[in-house]
Design a protein around this ligand. Structure first.
Ligand code: HEM
Length: 427
């Protein structure tokens, strides 16, 4: 069900945004070609919102014309990458991959992403800097986003070459979440144009960038926690740590909010951190309802997020000043702990895989103790808190009361009566 919703949203986003993005720079070579993104913004937020002095079109059109080759390459291949992402997701959904088509689509995606990101770096290096509050932070975020998109693609390819499917899936899911920031950013700023008529487009661009700084890496990390194997989730239940972790997170958020409130003004609007707090609360609720062992690590990362915002702001303060560094902290800080949580989960799993360590040792010991048959992959679920139907090899898909039992060989299916079966065997 969740998979279907995620896939439906991805399809809507890609199908709706690709025509706007792919043609967005054609006006630079075909004078008079329509600018559909701006038309949409004008329809939702009014003419002044789309074309007035606080709009992207007003402050960026000249730079787009001057650096049209880099941006034509960036937007065309960015659109191709989004289409390939959707094709890959549909293929996996239909059970078509991994296979040779999966590989071919994957390599095409890697090529499109790498060249599109390199072209965006060319633009970032060569286009003039915008002397508008918040734009330095936003540009830093674009650098970080481009490097994160590239870095996760490289890690995904390396994992695939090692034959590590889980790491491959985790890194490429994160990469896809970063890539989807582009359409989501525009969708958010267009929607906010209709919802918050008082804001200029540049203000809405910034608050959208603040929200997406949490949403993109947070969604990638949450999808990993949700889909990872029981071993990668970490053995023991994490429910016990969630309360102290939540306290650390709430204190951090309070410090961020107070810091902005104390400096409230045009350069440091007290409203900005709320665009970071709202997605944090949503993730917090998801974690509180999630499977304990699977989500504890993500909960810790989320609690570290506000502290990462403050550390990044502090590190940038000597160069950017207090106001700009705080905005940059909100846009650049959250990704560090969230991406690190995926890396730590994968590394912990790998060290568990070493012969004689963790998971392998538990499997061997369990094998010795039971002295029969093969040990189930879900043997360690007893350590991981409540076993859910989705965890069970032979669990019932709908009925939470029906579980496979202690270990794989003893597993029963949804309509088996174990006591009756044992009686029969004895007889
Ligand atoms: C996720 C990594 C991405 C990064 C780091 C990135 C970076 C950039 C940069 C630096 C600009 C110029 C912004 C400016 O200063 O005005 C830009 C503009 C643009 N990018 Fe991307 N981009 C990314 C993904 C994408 C994707 C996947 C698409 C989809 C086609 C896309 C479509 C566009 C469009 C249409 C523009 C034109 C200007 C605008 O509407 O803001 N980008 N991007």
């Amino acid at each position: 069900m969740v998979r279907r919703v995620v896939l439906g949203m991805l399809a809507l986003l890609v199908v709706g945004y690709v025509p706007l993005a792919a043609t967005s720079m054609w006006f630079t070579v075909l004078p008079g070609f329509p600018r559909w993104q701006e038309d949409l913004d004008a329809w939702l937020g009014g003419h002044a919102y789309a074309w007035g002095s606080g709009s992207v079109a007003a402050v960026r059109t000249a730079a787009y014309v001057d650096h049209r080759v880099a941006l034509l390459v960036h937007t065309t291949l960015g659109a191709v990458a989004l289409c390939l992402l959707l094709a890959q997701a549909l293929l996996l959904r239909r059970g078509g991959g991994p296979g040779s088509l999966h590989r071919r689509l994957g390599w095409a995606y890697v090529g499109a992403v790498v060249v599109s990101m390199l072209a965006s770096f060319v633009f970032l290096l060569r286009a003039p800097h915008l002397a508008v509050p918040g734009q330095t932070g936003f540009r830093l975020q674009l650098w970080l986003l481009g490097l994160s998109t590239l870095g996760t693609v490289v890690l995904g390819v390396l994992a695939s070459r090692r034959g590590d499917r889980e790491a491959h899936r985790a890194w490429l899911t994160l990469s896809a979440c970063f890539l989807l920031t582009a359409p989501l950013l525009r969708l958010l700023w267009s929607t906010l144009g209709a919802l918050v008529p008082g804001h200029t487009m540049l203000t809405n661009l910034e608050v959208s960038a603040v929200a997406l700084a949490v949403v993109a890496p947070g969604t990638g990390a949450a999808l990993h926690a949700w889909t990872s194997s029981p071993v990668a989730r970490g053995g023991r239940s994490g429910r016990g740590v969630l309360l102290p972790v939540a306290v650390v997170g709430v204190v951090g958020e309070a410090v961020v909010l107070l810091r902005f409130a104390a400096l409230d003004g045009p350069a440091t609007p007290a409203l900005y951190p709320w665009f970071h707090v709202v997605p944090m609360l949503v993730f917090g609720l998801v974690i509180a309802r999630g499977r304990p062992a699977a989500w504890a690590r993500l909960g810790v990362a989320l609690a570290v997020v506000p502290w990462a915002v403050l550390v990044v702001a502090l590190a940038l303060e000597p160069w950017l000043g207090t106001a700009e560094s705080l905005r940059a902290g909100l846009m650049c800080g959250p990704g560090f702990p969230l991406v690190a949580s995926v890396g730590v989960a994968l590394a912990a799993r790998r060290s568990d895989d070493r012969p004689g360590a963790g998971y392998c040792a538990r499997m061997e010991q369990s094998n010795r103790e039971q002295g029969r048959g093969e040990i189930s992959e879900v043997d360690n679920l007893g350590d991981g808190g409540e076993i859910e139907p989705g965890d069970s090899v032979a669990g019932h898909p709908h009925d939470r009361d029906v579980q496979e039992g202690a270990t794989g060989p003893d597993a029963r299916t949804g309509d088996q009566d174990q006591d009756r079966d044992q009686d029969r065997t004895r007889r």
